[in-house]
Design a protein around this ligand. Structure first.
Ligand code: SF4
Length: 280
């Protein structure tokens, strides 16, 4: 008789779970099996704030999608953001709170650097997707689906920095997976995927058989590897620069040592949360 599996595969697999697993399987285990807290940091909360305002803006009639309207919406949304437990946990002092709001507004206003939202034919916002893709029970939420001349476009907002040119392809895999899920669910294949790095640049690609196969193949490979890890209970540790932003650095010996090495070598940003967690 064989031993029972040490962990069960999750019921669904999202792009963020897949990305966490690919970067460090041990971090995935801490978060998704052991369910240790992984509170969003300041950058993630700025992203959530900006996403919510843009979601509400794009639900408005096109003639109302103006900077002034976005400003009014930002004021309304701010009261709920500032009341959230995760935001309060940041314990920002007045000056830091002012910077938080300024960064959020810069991201929101940055949409107009990339497109005029009044001219976008929005089909839906915050669309929940659930579909089997390449044998994987995929789940995700699309920021926006737009009608374009040739059909349907999948659009996702990003408030962080755009990837380096050699990483763009990898970044687009998230929206390509959304495209695959839409096709699997509705039969309609989106024609284009777009990542809008607010205030910076738009990265776009037409959907093809090849890029869809590559994205879904990558997801299936991660799922297969995850299944093996769950059955053996062995989740590889992958120390690297991202340990500086890992909330589990104090319980992960190799990750902690990696952060110490990087701090000693002057290769760790001053604002990396792991420095505070480890007190270095
Ligand atoms: S500290 Fe680094 S190696 Fe350890 S779980 Fe986190 S990301 Fe992985």
């Amino acid at each position: 008789m064989t031993d029972p599996p040490l962990a069960s595969l999750p019921k669904t697999f999202s792009p963020s779970a897949a990305s966490t697993y690919d970067k460090c399987p041990r971090r995935w285990r801490y978060r998704y099996i052991e369910k240790l807290p992984d509170p969003p940091g300041e950058a993630a909360l700025i992203g959530t704030f900006a996403h919510r305002v843009l979601e509400l803006l794009c639900r408005e009639d096109p003639s109302l999608r103006t900077v002034e309207q976005a400003r009014d919406l930002a004021r309304e949304v701010w009261s709920s953001v500032s009341a959230q437990k995760d935001y309060r946990a940041l314990n920002l002092q007045p000056k830091a709170e002012h910077i938080f709001r300024w960064k959020s507004w810069t991201a929101i206003e940055g949409l107009w650097d990339l497109e005029d939202p009044a001219e976008v034919k929005v089909r839906s916002t915050e669309q929940h997707l659930s579909a089997e893709i390449a044998g994987v029970p995929f789940r995700g939420i699309v920021d926006r689906m737009d009608n374009v001349d040739a059909g349907l476009a999948i659009t996702d907002y990003k408030s962080g920095k755009p990837p380096r040119p050699d990483r763009r392809h990898e970044a687009l895999s998230q929206v390509l997976l959304y495209a695959a899920a839409v096709e699997a669910d509705s039969g309609e294949r989106p024609v284009q995927v777009r990542l809008l790095y607010l205030g910076q640049e738009a990265i776009e690609e037409n959907v093809t058989n090849d890029n869809l196969d590559e994205a879904t193949g990558g997801l299936a490979l991660s799922w297969t590897n995850l299944g093996k890890d769950c059955s053996t209970g062995q989740f590889e540790v992958r120390p690297g620069p991202l340990c500086g932003w890992c909330p589990y650095v104090d319980i992960c010996e190799q990750g902690g040592l990696e952060v110490v090495r990087r701090v000693d070598a002057g290769r760790m940003r001053k604002d990396a949360p792991a420095r505070e967690i480890l007190g270095i």
